[in-house]
Design a protein. Structure first.
Ligand SMILES: Nc1nc2c(c(=O)[nH]1)N[C@H]1C(S)=C(S)[C@@H](COP(=O)(O)OP(=O)(O)OC[C@H]3O[C@@H](n4cnc5c(=O)[nH]c(N)nc54)[C@H](O)[C@@H]3O)O[C@H]1N2
Ligand SMILES: Nc1nc2c(c(=O)[nH]1)N[C@H]1C(S)=C(S)[C@@H](COP(=O)(O)OP(=O)(O)OC[C@H]3O[C@@H](n4cnc5c(=O)[nH]c(N)nc54)[C@H](O)[C@@H]3O)O[C@H]1N2
Ligand code: SF4
Ligand SMILES: [Mo]
Length: 719
C-alpha cells in the first residue's frame, strides 16, 4: 500500500498545505476502493485513490471523489430529532441521543411484551456493512423480521450458490479470464458487490473475449465480441438455450460432470425443452448467435460470468442465478485460476457468526413473514417487502407495530410505492437512521443522524467474497452523527441484550479479529489481510452441499417443495402473458439501470453529482419517440396500470424500439416541502408487488420487466 511518507504524498501536502493524510477506503457504494484522505485543520480537503490498493489500484469514481460534499452538506442531519406535527408535516424538534434511544427502547419493549418481538421489523436496503450489526440486534431481540433488498438483490445469488456449490463464485480478475460473459450487469458504472470495473477493463485490455447479455447497448456491450440483446426477462430461456448447445455438442467438461455433478440426467432431460430455435422465439436473440456465444464461452479457458442484479429482479430470479452457475460449472470454470472462484475470507468471525443467526429461537424463526410462501428466501432470513406492508395494513398474519429503518429509503426503492406509503402512514411507530431527512424519514417519529464512512473505524469488506479485509479509519466527526454500529451497541444495552454486546464498538472489532490473533489497534496499522487463496478445493473436499456435489438438481429445493430443476417462466406482465394489456401498454419497461453519480436515492443533493444528472431520464428509441411525438429532452409521462410519473426523454438507439428504460429512485431534495417530490418521477409507483408476480421460491419482485405506455407531457403526442 502507499507509503504515507512517499515523496508524492509529501509533495501534495506541502504544495497544498494539507496537514494530515489518512489511508482508508470508500463506502459511497458497496465500497472497497482504497483512498488517501487529505485534511487541513481537521477538515477533509481532498480524496484521492490509493494506487497500491489491490481493489482499485488508484482509480476512484465520481461518488468517491465527492464524499466530502456529502459529509459536510448543509442539509445533513447532525443531531437526533423527534417529529412534533402529523406524519409528513415536516415539523421536528431537536432531542438528545439519550432521549432518542430511550424512546426507541421503550417502544420496542412495549411492543415486544404486548404483541411479540415479531411485531418489530428492522430494515435496511442494499448491504452497507451495518447488516451484521442489525441482524445481531434483531436476533437477540427475537424478531425474525429484517426487511432488506435481499429478495431481489444479491440475496438470491448467495442463497442459490449455497444450494448449488456451497458459496458465491466470483470472477478471478487477478488471473485474467480469457473469456468474460457479462450478464445483466454494467460493472463499469455500478462497481457492485465484490467487483470494481477497473480490473474487468484491465482483463479486456489484455485481450479477453467478451460476450454481453443486455437488452441495451451499454459501453460494455459495445466492446463485446458477441452482444445478445435479449427481450427483458427471458434470461432463463437464453441460458437454457446455451446449455442446450453445450450439452448436445458435448462441449462440457466431462470429468467435472462425471465426478462432481448431482442430477445430470434429469437436467439433460429438462434441457431438451430449450432448443435454440425455440429460445429465439422467446428471447428475440437469433439461434445462430446463441450457438456462437455458447461455443465461444465453452471453448475459451478460463472463462467467467460477471452477473448482475437485472437477472434477479424477475419472476425467474433464483433459476436465472442457478442456470448461470450451471454454465460456469459445466464448462469446468469453477474454482480455477482466472475462472469463477470460491475464495475464503481470512480467519475472522464472519458476518454470519456476528449476526448471531443461530441464537434466534426456532419458535420465532417460524414466524418469519412470508417464510411459508417463499421458502428459499425464508430459509436465508430474507423477507419479501409486501409481507411487511400487509402485516401493517391488514394485520395478517399478525400485526406489525414498529419499523426501524437503518439506511434505507423504501418509499422510493420498493415496488408499489403507493402501498409502501400507506403502510408507513399507518404503522404505529417508526424510527429511521439516515444522513438526511429523506421522504421515508419524513414519515418517521424519530430520526437519528448516521455517520458516513469518513466518520467511523471499521473492518471493511468482511462480508465480501474476494477475501480481502481493509481497515477503515475514522477521519472526521460531524455534529453528533454516530455510526449505526455504535448506535445499536448502545440501544442493545437499553433493551436488555447488553450481555451480547460491548462497552464500546472497538471491542467488537477486536472480537471479530480475535481468531486471527490480532486486535483492531494492530489491524489498523496494517494495509490489509487476505484469506488463504487455494483453487479447486472441491477435488479433495467436495462441495459444501448436501450431496457434496455441484447440484444441478437441488436436493434442498426439493425438500422445500420447490422445483428442483430450473425452469423458464414468462414474465407476469408481457406481450405473451398479458396480450390484452399489451394493446394499451405497448412497451416493455426496464427500470433502474444505474447512473454513475447516484447510489439509488442518494446524492441528489451533492453538487458535483447532481450536475452529472440534473433530471430523471427515460431512454426511448428514436423510432418510438417519433411515433409518440416525443423529442429529445421533452418531459414525458410513463404509465403502467398502477400509476404514472414524469421523466425526460433521452433518445437512445441502442435497444429494440419496443423497450423503454426508466431511471429509478428519483426525489428532489431541493423541493423544501416535506414530500420532496417523491411521487413525481418515482418509477416504483409503476412497479407491481403482487405475490403472484414474484419469484415463487425467492419472492423477488419483478421491477425489470413491466408493460408501460409513454406520451409527451403536454398531451399532444402523435396524431
Ligand atoms: N424500480 C427499481 N427499484 C429498485 C431497483 C431497481 O433497479 N429498480 N434496485 C433495487 C436494489 S438492487 C436495491 S439494493 C434497493 C436499494 O434500496 P435502499 O437501500 O433503500 O436505497 P438507498 O437509496 O441506497 O437508501 C439508502 C438510504 O440510507 C442512507 N444511508 C446510506 N449509508 C448509510 C449508513 O451507513 N447508515 C445509515 N443509517 N444510513 C445510510 C442514504 O442517505 C439513503 O437515504 O433499491 C431497489 N429498488
Ligand atoms: N452508481 C451506482 N452504482 C451502483 C448502484 C447505484 O444505484 N448507482 N446500485 C448498487 C446496487 S444495490 C446494485 S444491486 C448494483 C447493480 O448493478 P448492475 O448489476 O450493474 O445493475 P444495473 O445497472 O441496474 O443493470 C445492469 C444491466 O442490466 C440490463 N438489463 C435490464 N433488464 C435486463 C434483463 O431482463 N436481462 C438482462 N440480461 N439484462 C437486463 C440493463 O440494461 C443494465 O445495463 O449496482 C450497485 N452500484
Ligand atoms: S466505486 Fe466509487 S463509490 Fe464505490 S468504493 Fe469506489 S470510489 Fe467509492
Ligand atoms: Mo442492490
Amino acid at each position: 500500500m502507499t507509503d504515507l511518507t512517499h515523496a508524492n504524498v509529501k509533495r501534495e501536502m506541502e504544495v497544498y498545505g494539507y496537514d494530515r493524510v489518512v489511508r482508508s477506503h470508500c463506502r459511497m457504494c458497496h465500497g472497497g476502493c482504497g483512498v488517501l484522505v487529505y485534511t487541513r485543520k481537521g477538515r477533509v480537503e481532498k480524496i484521492a485513490g490509493d494506487p497500491d490498493c489491490p481493489i482499485n489500484h488508484g482509480t476512484l469514481c465520481s461518488k468517491g471523489l465527492a464524499s466530502a460534499q456529502l459529509a459536510y452538506h448543509p442539509d445533513r442531519l447532525t443531531h437526533p430529532v423527534r417529529r412534533i406535527g402529523p406524519k409528513g408535516s415536516g415539523r421536528w424538534e431537536r432531542i438528545s441521543w439519550d432521549q432518542a434511544l430511550d424512546t426507541i427502547a421503550e417502544r420496542m419493549l412495549r411492543y415486544k411484551t404486548d404483541c411479540g418481538a415479531e411485531s418489530i421489523v428492522m430494515g435496511y436496503g442494499t448491504g452497507r456493512e451495518n447488516e451484521a450489526v442489525i441482524y445481531r440486534f434483531a436476533n437477540y431481540l427475537g424478531t425474525p423480521n429484517v426487511l432488506t433488498a435481499g429478495h431481489f438483490c444479491y440475496g438470491p445469488r448467495i442463497a442459490t450458490s449455497i444450494l448449488t456449490c456451497g458459496t458465491n463464485p466470483i470472477v478471478d480478475y487477478e488471473n485474467h479470464p480469457r473469456c468474460i460473459m457479462v450478464w445483466g450487469n454494467n460493472l463499469v458504472i455500478s462497481n457492485p458487490d465484490c467487483y470494481k470495473g477497473e480490473p474487468f477493463s484491465v482483463s479486456l485490455n489484455r485481450g479477453a473475449k467478451l460476450i454481453a447479455v443486455d437488452p441495451r447497448l451499454t459501453r460494455i456491450a459495445s466492446r463485446a465480441d458477441i452482444w445478445l440483446p435479449l427481450r427483458p426477462g427471458t434470461d432463463a430461456a437464453l441460458a437454457y438455450g446455451m446449455l442446450h448447445v453445450i450439452v448436445t455438442e458435448k462441449l462440457y467438461d466431462h470429468a467435472f460432470v462425471e465426478n462432481h455433478v448431482h442430477g445430470w440426467e434429469p437436467f439433460c432431460r429438462r434441457v431438451q425443452a430449450y432448443p435454440p430455435e425455440k429460445v429465439e422465439e422467446i428471447t428475440w436473440v437469433p439461434a445462430e448467435k446463441i450457438r456462437q456465444a455458447a461455443r465461444l464461452f465453452a471453448a475459451t479457458k478460463p472463462a467467467a460470468i460477471q452477473w448482475g442484479v437485472a437477472i434477479e429482479q424477475q419472476v425467474n430470479c433464483a433459476d436465472n442465478d442457478r442456470l448461470l452457475m450451471f454454465l460456469m460449472g459445466l464448462t469446468g470454470n469453477i474454482d480455477v485460476p482466472g475462472g469463477q472462484v470460491l475464495f475464503r475470507t481470512p480467519r475472522i468471525r464472519n458476518v454470519g457468526q456476528f449476526g448471531a443467526h443461530r441464537d434466534l429461537p426456532e419458535s420465532q424463526r417460524r414466524k418469519r413473514l412470508g417464510g411459508d410462501r417463499f421458502r428459499l428466501a425464508g430459509n436465508f432470513a430474507i423477507i419479501n417487502p409486501k409481507c411487511v406492508w400487509d402485516a401493517i395494513l391488514e394485520e395478517e398474519p399478525y400485526p406489525v407495530k414498529m419499523l426501524f429503518f437503518i439506511s434505507s429509503n423504501p418509499l422510493l426503492t420498493r415496488a408499489n410505492a403507493r402501498e409502501v406509503y400507506r403502510a408507513l402512514e399507518r404503522v404505529d411507530f417508526m424510527a429511521v437512521s439516515d444522513f438526511f431527512i429523506t421522504p421515508t424519514a419524513e414519515m418517521a417519529d424519530i430520526v437519528l443522524p448516521a455517520a458516513t464512512w469518513l466518520e467511523m473505524d471499521y473492518i471493511g469488506d468482511f462480508w465480501k467474497r474476494h477475501g480481502y479485509l481493509l481497515p477503515r479509519r475514522k477521519v472526521i466527526e460531524v455534529g453528533e452523527c454516530r455510526s449505526d454500529h455504535e448506535m445499536l451497541n448502545d440501544l442493545a444495552h437499553r433493551v436488555g441484550q447488553g450481555k451480547h454486546w460491548w462497552d464500546n464498538f472497538e471491542q467488537a472489532l477486536d472480537w471479530i479479529l480475535e481468531p486471527m490473533g490480532i486486535t483492531w489497534q494492530e489491524f489498523e496499522q496494517m494495509d490489509y489481510v487476505r484469506g488463504e487463496v487455494e483453487y479447486q478445493k472441491y477435488k479433495t473436499r467436495g462441495f459444501s452441499t448436501p450431496t457434496g456435489k455441484f447440484e444441478l438438481y437441488s436436493t434442498m429445493l426439493e425438500k422445500w417443495g420447490c422445483d428442483p430443476l430450473p425452469t423458464y417462466r414468462e414474465p407476469p406482465e408481457s406481450p405473451v402473458s398479458t396480450p390484452e394489456l399489451f394493446k394499451d401498454y405497448p412497451y416493455i419497461l426496464i427500470t433502474g439501470a444505474r447512473q454513475p453519480g447516484f447510489f439509488h436515492t442518494e446524492n441528489r443533493q451533492v453538487p458535483w453529482l447532481r450536475e452529472l444528472h440534473p433530471d430523471p431520464e427515460v431512454q426511448i428509441h428514436p423510432e418510438t419517440a417519433r411515433r409518440e411525438g416525443i423529442r429529445e429532452g421533452d418531459w414525458v409521462t410513463i404509465e403502467s396500470p398502477r400509476g404514472r410519473v414524469r421523466q425526460r426523454a433521452w433518445l437512445f438507439a441502442g435497444m429494440d424500439p419496443r423497450i423503454v428504460s426508466a431511471q429509478h429512485a428519483w426525489w428532489f431534495p431541493e423541493k423544501r416541502d416535506p414530500g420532496h417530490g417523491w411521487a413525481e418521477s418515482n418509477i416504483n409507483l409503476l412497479t407491481d408487488n403482487a405475490y403472484e408476480s414474484c419469484d415463487p421460491a425467492m419472492g423477488a419482485t419483478s421491477v425489470r420487466t413491466l408493460l408501460c405506455r409513454i406520451a409527451p407531457e403536454d398531451g399532444k403526442g402523435a396524431s
